[in-house]
Unconditional design. Structure first.
Length: 121
């Protein structure tokens, strides 16, 4: 038995069926091209090996240079005991959104983010 739609009474508007279908098809193509992009990227990264740049016709076209960033999650996973010795406590200031909502819900509502989600058919 299906649960009732928690958004059953929200404002809706009828959309052009063909445009929605084109949107789904475009998204599928984007995903297919993204997959192909990452496949080619991995292939080229393997060819680059330890090099910092790749050339075509003598011109640099791809760069694979080190950055001032580290794969911290992998480091923590690979060396948990060692990493534990270098942990520190950090105090962080954050906005108490619920307290703000309690006193200024009208202002907060102007900043509500909306998600555009397509239902896969």
């Amino acid at each position: 038995m299906a649960l009732p739609d928690p958004h059953g009474d929200e404002l809706t508007v009828e959309l052009d069926e063909d445009k929605v279908q084109l949107l789904y098809e475009a998204k599928a193509q984007v995903n297919a091209w993204r997959t192909e992009y990452y496949r080619l990227r991995q292939e080229l990264m393997a060819v680059l090996g330890d090099a910092f740049a790749g050339t075509v016709g003598g011109q640099k076209v791809i760069y694979y240079r080190p950055k001032d960033q580290y794969a911290i999650t992998r480091l923590e996973s690979d060396y948990p005991d060692l990493v534990a010795h270098f942990r520190t406590v950090e105090v962080k200031e954050v906005l108490n959104i619920e307290a703000f909502r309690a006193q200024h819900s009208d202002i907060l509502e102007k900043y509500r983010v909306r998600a555009f989600v397509e239902r896969v058919t």
